[in-house]
Design a protein around this ligand. Structure first.
Ligand code: ADP
Ligand code: ASP
Ligand code: MG
Length: 456
């Protein structure tokens, strides 16, 4: 098994939703934890599917039958695990209290939903799964305790996409978390935190990876393990291209590019704290730990020209056109002033003489495509015409020294000659080439490109 084995401080291990989906999966996680005595801090996601159910409730379900159905599903998932416990009474009450809390918050959301209420609701998934995982560990003979990470993971109050407050997290971890880890295994929640007033916040969908890295940083962990449902990082999502192959070792910068460009395997911000503290990261499958996985490190042996393909859907492209832009100065400055004023974060950008196309960033918990706020659109329309396109996906080819290599653009675009590419970003980064295309053809484009660039 490929767990991290460094003496000194301890490991942090994160288990994703499918890894803690049910009793059997949780037991596999427990075996992985028990296998490495150096693993002291466990960060868990909600059981698979739970966050989606909670997001639907948080968006406000007026139909009472549907609401009851969602609550029934949530109860069923957690009861199925409770039923397998040797001593369900130890955690039953805690789970019921949270389920009751969900029912009343869901009713409140059906009248009026809000980002704050959404975070309060969606956090319940991790709050429940950690009770169950800690209990399973205890029943197997491991000394384990559940810890509420809201006592340590201090964030801004930007509900749905809260930002960590690093100094506060670090001192709270020293005071409350590190001492606990010396004598036992501590099981805590990914994805969630709390603002200074004690309100529950979340780091955005898929945020448990990021939580785990922030927590690893705060306790100065010797390693971070991300246990998921695939044995490592592949050359592309193996669900899209079945011939994708695992990458045994990858640099922080390559893996960060992959995460940033949507490879769902890691939340985009995950590697920032790990890189800051040079914490090696291991990604493996909790179902097949014997298969090994991917090590993410600062220095790696090989730096191939093509490393991987990533896909990020739900892209919104905004195209701004103005004849006044031709040979004029200050136009882009005005555009960005408006975007900055409304706190709109831009992801990619390309320009021509009279137009500029850009895509909008998205990270919050609500899901769906990012929208240009109406007020910003109106202000931009005073300057130029504004076109908005949805249902686009971003494909990124990630590699090394790409700006110094000849001929590969011809290979990439030749392979994609039958596809209508909507926007291309090429040359700005030595590590990637990316483009937008319509959602309906995005998987086919990845498959074709993967075959050409990564399969023999
Ligand atoms: P978890 O619930 O453990 O956080 P996720 O579903 O968020 O798991 O991420 C794991 C999934 O990421 C895989 O099942 C796979 O479909 C997807 N994925 C996307 N890109 C890649 C890649 N390059 N390598 C491996 N998996 C990838
Ligand atoms: N449970 C959260 C989600 O589904 C966070 C995570 O699993 O990473 O988005
Ligand atoms: Mg994930």
């Amino acid at each position: 098994m490929s767990a991290i084995n460094v003496t000194g401080s301890f490991n942090v291990a994160k288990f994703g939703g499918t890894s803690v989906a049910n009793f059997e999966s949780m037991s596999r996680c427990a075996a992985i934890i028990e296998n490495n005595p150096n693993t002291k801090l466990i960060v868990s996601s909600a059981c698979s599917g739970v966050t989606n159910l909670l997001v639907e409730l948080a968006n406000g379900v007026q139909d009472k039958t549907r609401r009851s159905e969602l609550l029934r599903q949530l109860t069923e998932i957690h009861h199925a695990i409770l039923d397998e416990l040797a001593d369900p009474v130890a955690v039953e009450k805690d789970i019921h209290t949270i389920l009751d809390n969900i029912a009343s918050a869901a009713e409140a959301a059906s009248f009026q939903s809000s980002a704050k209420l959404t975070d309060h609701l969606v956090a319940c998934g991790e709050l429940m799964s950690t009770h169950l995982l800690a209990q399973i560990l205890c029943e197997r003979g491991t000394q384990a305790v559940r810890f509420d990470i809201r006592e340590v993971l201090r964030t801004t109050n930007a509900f749905g996409k809260a930002e960590p407050l690093l100094d506060e997290i670090s001192s709270l971890a020293k005071e409350k978390l590190i001492p606990l880890c010396h004598s036992q295994v501590v099981v805590t929640q990914g994805f969630i935190g709390a603002d200074r007033e004690g309100n529950t916040t979340t780091l955005g969908r898929g945020g448990s990876d990021y939580s785990a890295a922030l927590i690893a940083e705060s306790v100065q962990a010797s390693g971070l393990e991300i246990w998921t449902d695939v044995p490592g990082i592949y050359t592309t999502d193996p669900r899209i291209a079945p011939k994708a192959s695992p990458i045994p070792e990858i640099s922080f910068s390559e893996a960060s590019e992959m995460a940033n460009f949507g490879a769902k395997i890691l939340h985009p911000s995950t590697l920032v704290p790990a890189l800051r503290h040079q914490i090696p990261v291991f990604v493996g499958s909790s179902k097949e730990p014997e298969k090994g996985g991917t090590w993410i490190r600062q220095k790696v042996e090989s730096s191939p020209l093509f490393r991987a393909l990533a896909l990020r859907c739900n892209q919104t492209m905004v195209t701004l056109r103005s004849a006044n832009m031709f040979h004029a100065y200050g136009f882009l400055a005005k555009v960005f002033e408006i975007l900055a004023k409304h706190k709109i974060s831009v992801d990619l950008i390309t320009t021509s003489e009279i137009s500029v196309s850009l895509t909008l960033d998205q990270t919050d918990t609500s899901g769906g495509a990012p929208e240009l706020p109406e007020i910003a659109r109106k202000e931009l329309e005073e300057l130029c015409t504004v076109d908005i396109e949805h249902n686009l996906c971003l494909v990124a080819l990630i590699g090394n020294n790409m700006s110094e290599s000849k001929g590969y653009a011809k290979q990439v675009f030749g392979t994609l000659e039958d596809f209508n590419l909507r926007m291309i970003c090429y040359g700005a980064s030595p590590h990637n080439l990316c483009f937008l295309l319509h959602e309906s053809v995005s998987r086919a484009a990845i498959q074709k490109l993967h075959k050409e660039l990564f399969e023999d």
